[in-house]
Design a protein around this ligand. Structure first.
Ligand SMILES: Cc1cc2nc3c(=O)[nH]c(=O)nc-3n(C[C@H](O)[C@H](O)[C@H](O)COP(=O)(O)O)c2cc1C
Length: 190
């Protein structure tokens, strides 16, 4: 662990979408660009993380999973950009959490500060997916930041063709969200 009480906070960010032009990946890219000096964001691509299988796990974590867990372990906090699928958490997001929740009680997510954000072309901006994801952090014993929320609704109007976040109101809100997250990590970190 670093020294979250004072210096730079290391944040592992990932998006629960594998789509190249994903709004959630673009949102994470905007975070990297807008992050305050005290947040060092590293982005992890979930493509090499296979579907959870207890038989595979029993033989040892596959390389993609081992790398994902190691990245979380090395970070002071985790930041997730998740889409919403069918009013819930997409499998890509949940599958990553399921791997990182193992083994229970000694998992890399145990007592880890977490922030959830999300983007959707719809009017709820991934709200229901985010709420459902929050429940998982009860079991993993992670410290999910309750407020503020970051719900990027009508996402197709807020990113340009290159995936750059162009909406000024969202950029302002993102800045406040990241400042609140830095304060949250400092408050809850053991
Ligand atoms: C299977 C599926 C279910 C979806 N369900 C929802 C939904 O419940 N609510 C919503 O706002 N958008 C829903 N969408 C639209 C997604 O928000 C949209 O595809 C979004 O761009 C996905 O995130 P991404 O851009 O990061 O890949 C759904 C999309 C798919 C493929």
């Amino acid at each position: 662990m670093g020294d979250p009480s004072g210096g730079v906070i290391r944040v592992l960010g990932f998006a629960g979408s594998l789509r190249r032009a994903s709004y959630n990946r673009a949102l994470l890219a905007a975070v990297v660009e807008a992050a305050p000096a005290d947040l060092a964001i590293t982005v992890f691509d979930l493509a090499p993380v296979p579907l959870y299988n207890g038989d595979v796990e029993a033989q040892g974590d596959p390389p993609g999973v081992a790398a994902f867990k190691a990245a979380i372990a090395a970070a002071d906090a985790v930041l997730i950009a998740t889409p919403e699928y069918n009013h819930g958490v997409p499998g890509v997001t949940k599958n990553a959490i399921d791997w990182a929740s193992r083994p229970p009680g000694r998992a890399v997510l145990d007592r880890k500060p977490v922030a959830i954000m999300g983007a959707s072309p719809g009017i709820t901006g991934s709200a229901r997916g985010q709420s459902q994801l929050r429940q998982a952090f009860e079991f993993t014993n992670s410290y999910a930041m309750p407020q503020p929320e970051l719900l990027v609704f009508r996402a197709h109007e807020k990113f340009d063709a290159d995936g750059r976040l162009t909406d000024e109101a969202t950029r302002t809100h993102l800045g406040r969200f990241l400042a609140a997250f830095a304060a949250w990590v400092r408050r809850v970190r053991d």
